[in-house]
Design a protein around this ligand. Structure first.
Ligand SMILES: Nc1nc2c(ncn2[C@@H]2O[C@H](COP(=O)(O)OP(=O)(O)OP(=O)(O)O)[C@@H](O)[C@H]2O)c(=O)[nH]1
Ligand SMILES: [Mg+2]
Length: 294
């Protein structure tokens, strides 16, 4: 979408709020027939307080610079706030500084206790943003437990951030979050230990899909952001060449269908009495029958 068409931020917010809280059938009514082109999705994940929002602020400014005519949406998944879907204060202050950039839409959401740490309906929300024609979507998630695996499933390029004080946890991260990374960024490069952390990461990171995983450094003043933006573009070009679009779309579709079905199963188990009584076989049949009735 070109910036010539102004964003209707209020309308987008209203629609996001509605489908964030809607049952599956209503979600499908809204986005189920969409044929909108896929946006380029960038995930930014890492430990709480690691500097994700600060980095996204600077990255968004860089990618929506004056020469650009593109549009970008940021979805920040906030694990700390309860059902409200509101931004935590810190995020609000940091993000407010860029909220008026032309072509930018910003939204913070609570993760609603989703088991994988991601909003369980984050794919619905990204698909909705795509119906509004955004060129790029940046997704911020806290990378603990399984959430980075889930984040990896729903984005094209996953940036994993590691603050200099992550210390001994690098070895632990190696078997989880770092294995998923397309690009690794040591944030807060102005702090002591950043260089050491960078060397440690270079030492433990191997190739991923036959490609070296870049390890970059950034700080809140904007150092390293242009290089990060360039690395994202390089990865994007690599994905386009090595993972033809059909493949990407197919895996996204699979993930999305599974997310919807899981939610529908949960809703059905919660709302229909008696499914769990009797034998396993009768429960299974009753559950399938109840699902078919939707
Ligand atoms: N010294 C220094 N502090 C930074 C830098 N970047 C971020 N911080 C500080 O680190 C804290 C957390 O930054 P955020 O950008 O909110 O980190 P986050 O990962 O988005 O945090 P959550 O969303 O709460 O998990 C804030 O107090 C920032 O001011 C940096 O480059 N240098
Ligand atoms: Mg944040």
């Amino acid at each position: 979408m070109s910036r010539q068409t102004p964003l209707n931020r209020r309308q987008i917010s209203r629609e996001l709020t509605r489908i964030a809280n809607a049952p599956v059938c209503e979600v499908l009514d809204t986005i189920g027939d969409s044929q909108a082109p896929a946006a380029f999705r960038i995930g930014v994940t890492g430990p709480p307080g690691g500097g994700k929002s600060t980095l996204i602020n600077a990255l968004v400014k860089e990618r929506l610079g004056e020469a650009s005519d593109s549009t970008l949406a940021v979805l920040a998944i906030d694990p700390s706030s309860p059902v409200t879907g509101g931004a935590i204060l810190g995020d609000r202050i940091r993000m407010d500084a860029i909220a008026d950039l032309p072509g930018l839409y910003l939204r913070s959401l609570s993760s609603r206790g989703a088991r994988n740490g991601l909003c369980d309906n984050v794919v619905d929300l990204m698909t909705l943003l795509e119906t509004h024609g955004f060129d790029e979507i940046v997704l911020e998630t806290v990378g603990v437990g399984q959430s980075e695996v889930a984040a990896h499933e729903v984005v094209d390029t996953l940036v994993v951030i590691v603050p200099p004080d992550a210390g001994d946890s690098v070895q632990t991260m190696k078997s989880g979050i770092l294995e998923m990374a397309d690009i690794v960024v040591v944030t807060k490069a102005d702090q002591p230990g950043a260089q050491r952390m960078t060397s440690d990461l270079v030492a433990v990171l191997g190739k991923r899909d036959g490609r070296d995983v870049p390890v970059l450094q950034t700080d809140a003043a904007g150092a390293g952001i242009a290089a990060l933006s360039a690395a994202i573009d390089t990865h994007r070009a690599w994905v386009t060449q090595n993972h033809p679009e059909a493949l990407t779309r197919e895996s996204r579709r699979r993930y999305h269908l599974q997310a919807l079905i899981e939610r529908q199963v949960q809703d059905t188990l919660k709302s229909k009495e008696g499914i769990l009584s009797g034998t396993l076989n009768t429960s299974y049949d009753r559950l399938l029958a109840a699902l078919r009735a939707y």
